[in-house]
Ligand binder design. Structure first.
Ligand code: PXP
Length: 238
């Protein structure tokens, strides 16, 4: 199982003071050297953390798989088509949300998604769709030509009871089986931390976990390298 580390919140810290530090490229280098398999950033329409210049710099200077999370807004799609990240993960985006809430409704957004996916694939960008673990979302993702899906683990991570947790895990398990049968690459993420990640690691068939917040807040206490290594060791399948 691979680890994609989302470094948005290194940029959030920098943007608090509109400063040049902490330096995002230095962070990306440490994350890569500490065992991350990919660097994940979300270029938001409001540019609250990652800026356009960050994306170009990461693309040019860091030799690791770059996974760009983004909405399907035309402005952002046009940027992706110029920067050419290795992978794009399409997510829903709302201005006022603190972080991505829920998966993309691919059933509802079929038409627009189909055109965006075609454009990205024409440029050889691997396309992943961030969706809730639901059969019709998975089947539609496949029909639209996505290469991969990222299963939203938020409901699992936010479970308040043992029952909720069990049901969420069951849904994720079933979703992985459906997606695998359709030949989709299966990734997962959102809300995963050092305590809850193990149950997801135990699900066979997941290719990559994308984790941000928990690693960055841990790094405040132990340093970025140790925080990444610690997560990487937890997601190693025995
Ligand atoms: N995957 C996707 C699609 C996301 O939008 C996010 C949040 O940016 C993550 C994974 C990482 O979530 P977290 O920061 O809660 O680990």
């Amino acid at each position: 199982m691979n680890l994609g580390v989302n470094i948005d919140h290194i940029a959030s810290l920098r943007q608090l003071r509109k400063s040049t530090r902490p330096d995002l490229l230095s962070a990306a280098k440490i994350v890569k050297q500490s065992g991350a398999d990919s660097i994940v950033v979300h270029l938001r329409e409001d540019r609250r953390h990652i800026q356009d210049r960050d994306l170009w710099a990461l693309r040019k200077k860091i030799n690791v798989k770059l996974n760009l999370e983004m909405s399907i807004a035309k402005e952002i799609v046009d940027i992706a088509l110029k920067v050419l990240p290795d992978q794009v993960t399409l997510v829903p985006e709302k201005r006022k949300e603190l972080t991505t809430e829920g998966g993309l409704d691919v059933v509802k957004n079929k038409k627009r998604l189909s055109s965006v996916i075609k454009k990205l694939k024409k440029k050889n960008i691997l396309v992943s769709l961030f969706i809730d673990p639901e059969e019709r979302q998975i089947k539609t993702s496949c029909a639209l030509g996505a290469d991969a899906i990222e299963l939203h683990t938020g409901s699992y991570a936010n479970s308040k009871t043992v029952m909720q947790r069990k049901n969420s895990l069951k849904k994720i398990n079933q979703a992985v089986l459906i997606a695998e049968k359709l030949g989709l690459i299966v990734n997962a993420g959102h809300g995963l931390d050092y305590d809850n990640v193990k149950a997801i690691v135990n699900i066979k068939g997941i290719n990559e976990l994308n984790i941000g917040y928990s690693i960055i807040i841990e790094s405040v206490f132990v340093g970025l390298s140790t925080a990444v290594k610690k997560m990487k060791s937890l997601i190693k399948i025995k």
